[in-house]
Ligand binder design. Structure first.
Ligand code: IMP
Length: 433
């Protein structure tokens, strides 16, 4: 700290929500800097389960400022729905600030997302269908609508009167049966603008001021490194920059504001949607991990593909993000297995490959090479308590071996280990090691 970034090192769903929630205790400001409501995480507070898509995790702590940064794309209807759901449970969103530079996801973005996917037939990306790609496309094409415009009815009208007929033509060309009713959209979005106006501001200035005051700011990443638009398994990626560098640009602060970067990795790997996945498992083992790990998407409910931990991916993620610490989550999911494997490198045409290739045709020909570990036992409640009190050395020996191996091979120090579902079942090694 004071500027701490948390990003996923795999294909998303690494358990970032829980890590962010834990680290948020020490921060005054929590900022989301990219992605949209394609993300989703569940946070359990006491007995209450909150499912968040747009709202930063910090929203649940009323003494923190929760910021949606300029790099995010926002579906205002969904955001208002989440704010309303919180209000029904007695939690106010008065600690939320939304960047006036963040872009708006419009209904035509959602429709185009679906229409594009249908047109791709055999080469679908497997998107979440939330309109993320088309919204970022419009941002890059300078056709986007920003939150600062959503809250200005005249500007909004001007923008929509231009955009909607254009998008309707596109939708028709894409074979979509649905188009957008201009009048209805104008009314609906003007109302969203009115409701959100008090929260929309220049959030870059707020984050900058907080850092200048010496406040701790946590930059909360969504998705994961391998879904990054530049560095991921393109085109099977999301449409934003998911790596740590974007925490600065997507929040409106300089890179010098980022002091620490925690990479979150599961003890195994999962992926939703299409695209290559070298260490993917099939059959009984995949089912066992999916079942025990509850590997079903928070956003779409889709079942996640599961596989062994891939150190080629982790090292690659480290080279892109500059991790200062590693959070290994869900080690309990592999508990009770006879054998646990980790991919150390790939073999390609008889040669050893240690760097993740950009060409998916090469990746498809790569064969993962594994190191095998003896599995570790499940921790019962007494053992869990002992580990949480006693620290790293109280972990099962084979799990310690596994973690030390990952650290040695990746060159990243482990700072947090997720041992179970509960908020408290997180082993904090930051002081110990
Ligand atoms: P999009 O972000 O909806 O355009 O989807 C593009 C790809 O990113 C698809 O493979 C999605 O499954 C994946 N994706 C998007 N958001 C998440 C996430 O939060 N977790 C995991 N995968 C995601």
């Amino acid at each position: 700290m004071p500027g701490l970034v948390v990003v996923g090192s795999q294909w998303g769903d690494e358990g970032k929500g829980k890590i962010v929630d834990f680290l948020a205790q020490e921060a005054q400001v929590i900022v989301r800097f990219q992605g949209g409501n394609n993300a989703g995480h569940s946070v359990k507070v006491g007995e209450e389960l909150y499912k968040l898509h747009h709202l930063p995790s910090g929203i649940l702590r009323s003494d923190k400022l929760a910021v949606i940064g300029n790099g995010v794309v926002i579906d205002p209807g969904v955001l208002l729905g989440e704010i309303e759901a919180l209000a029904k449970r007695g939690k106010s969103a008065s600690n939320l600030r939304i960047s006036d530079r963040a872009h708006v996801i419009m209904p035509y973005h959602r429709l185009l997302d679906g229409a594009e996917e249908r047109l791709r037939k055999g080469s679908k990306v497997g998107t979440t269908g939330r309109g993320i790609g088309p919204a970022y496309s419009d941002k890059a094409a300078r056709l986007g609508i920003r939150m600062g415009e959503l809250i200005d009815e005249n500007l909004l009208e001007e923008k929509l009167r231009f955009a909607i007929p254009l998008k309707n033509k596109l939708l028709q060309a894409f074979g979509s049966e649905t188009t957008i009713d201009e009048k209805k959209a104008l009314e609906e979005f003007a109302e969203y603008g009115r409701l959100l106006k008090p929260l929309v501001t220049d959030t870059g200035a707020i984050v900058d001021e907080a850092l200048s005051r010496g406040d701790k700011v946590l930059f909360e990443g969504a998705q994961g490194t391998m879904l990054d638009i530049d560095h991921g398994t393109y085109p099977f990626v999301t449409s934003s920059t998911t790596v740590s560098g974007n925490a600065a640009s997507g929040s409106g602060v300089p890179p010098s504001a980022l002091h620490e970067v925690i990479g979150v990795t599961k003890a195994y790997t999962t992926r939703v949607g299409e695209g290559p996945f070298p260490t993917e498992l099939k059959g009984e083992l995949q089912e066992r991990i999916a079942e025990k790990g509850g590997e079903f998407g928070t956003t779409t409910g889709r079942s996640r593909r599961c596989g062994w931990l891939d150190l080629v991916v982790l090292r690659y993620a480290h080279s892109l993000n500059g991790f200062t610490g590693l959070a290994i989550t869900k080690v309990d999911v592999l508990g009770g297995m006879d054998e646990v494997k980790v991919c150390t490198h790939y073999r390609l045409d008889g040669r050893k490959l240690t760097r993740f290739p950009s060409d998916l045709r090469i990746l498809e020909r790569c064969e993962p090479v594994y190191e095998s570990f003896k599995g570790w036992e499940d921790l019962d409640s007494t053992r869990m308590e002992d580990v949480l009190k006693g620290g790293f050395s109280r972990l099962p020996r084979s799990l310690m071996d596994y973690i030390r191996f990952v650290e040695k091979e990746s060159g990243i120090r482990t700072v947090l280990i997720g041992l179970g579902r509960r908020r408290s079942e997180l082993l904090d090694l930051r002081k110990e090691r």
